[in-house]
Design a protein around this ligand. Structure first.
Ligand SMILES: Nc1ncnc2c1ncn2[C@@H]1O[C@H](COP(=O)(O)OP(=O)(O)O)[C@@H](O)[C@H]1O
Ligand SMILES: [Mg+2]
Length: 304
């Protein structure tokens, strides 16, 4: 399989709490290590990626974390203004448009303007170029909103295409949609957990991505799995030792759930499943994210 390094935009998605920000941080780190200028974007959340990487929180400005790695936390208010300035170019024009009472009144009727602006900013960075015309970023990692919200977030360009009349907004929505659905540019990574409900939700998310957003999932990351450590025979041998036997049985049951989750995801989503084992540590920080990045090396692909 060609790795993520072939694409510029890595959309990391999944339900809240499954490890999306952890995986986003790990993938961003792997990309930076591969020598690529990498920007990791969080959208309207409690920002966590920079903290996972052992850096202070970043704000709405693109901030450098370490070699080849930058981060930004996008919030609707600032994004609205910045995005308008990026597309309208001039402060005066921004004021004329966004601070005009009549226009503001009409803007309320544009569906999901907030999502449009946040996603627009992310995609603007994907298209951003340097003075020499080269892309400003080799990798943009998007820690996308949680499931459900993720679909409405990623669907905004298509919704606009279907609802707004031809004009600049329509053109912008088309450019955004075209970029998102381009399999040569965009990769979608679905994060899941080895439990029945999260797996069901991942299967639904994959279907919604394909059907409603027209984005093909690239891979699933099955996070916090338990490795198979015991054979049934060994468990019977442990049976006379009460405490030990219980712990071993519990571990074994977890390992079987991980195996089943993997099989369901492989057949249900039809893309490679990359496992990240459950890590046991008091604190979850840089060292743990480095370990996660190690487990995702095959997903990222060739290393520089
Ligand atoms: N592989 C793992 N092993 C153990 N704990 C994990 C693992 N991945 C994530 N976590 C823990 O789960 C919590 C939620 O992860 P996070 O990435 O913030 O989830 P999300 O962004 O999906 O809400 C984190 O605090 C982290 O400590
Ligand atoms: Mg998160």
């Amino acid at each position: 399989m060609a790795g993520l390094l072939d694409r510029r935009l890595w959309v990391v998605t999944g339900k809240g709490g499954v490890g999306k920000s952890t995986v986003s941080a790990a993938l961003a780190l792997a990309s930076a290590r591969a020598g690529r200028r990498t920007l990791v974007c969080e959208v309207n959340t409690q920002e966590r990626v920079s903290r996972f990487l052992g850096h202070p929180p970043v704000g709405p400005e693109v901030s450098r974390l370490e070699e080849n790695l930058w981060a930004v936390d996008m919030r609707p208010q600032e994004a609205m203004r910045e995005y308008a300035l990026m597309t309208l170019r001039f402060e005066a024009l921004y004021k004329a448009v966004f601070e005009n009472r009549v226009i503001r009144y009409f803007l309320r009727f544009i569906p999901s303007l907030q999502e449009l602006v946040l996603l627009g900013k992310v995609l603007w960075h994907v298209r951003e170029t340097r003075a020499d015309g080269q892309p400003a970023w080799d990798t943009v990692v998007l820690d996308a909103p949680a499931t459900g919200h993720a679909i409405s977030f990623l669907r905004v360009p298509q919704v606009l295409l279907d609802t707004v009349p031809p004009g600049p907004l329509h053109k912008e929505a088309r450019a955004m949609r075209d970029l998102l659905v381009d399999p040569g540019l965009t990769a979608a990574v679905l994060v899941s957990l080895p439990e029945e409900l999260p797996v069901n939700e991942t299967l639904e998310l994959a279907e919604a991505l394909r059907g409603q957003v027209r984005v093909q999932p690239t891979a699933v990351v099955l996070n916090a799995t338990s490795p198979l450590r015991f054979e049934e025979g060994e468990l019977r041998t442990l049976a006379p030792v009460p405490g030990l036997s219980d712990a071993a049985r519990e571990q074994h049951a977890g390992a079987l759930r991980s195996r089943e989750a993997r099989a369901r995801l492989e057949s249900g989503v039809g893309v490679p499943v990359h496992e990240v084992p459950r890590l046991f540590s008091e604190r979850f920080g840089r060292a743990q994210v480095e370990a996660v990045a190690g487990h995702l090396a095959a997903l990222v692909g060739r290393w520089a």
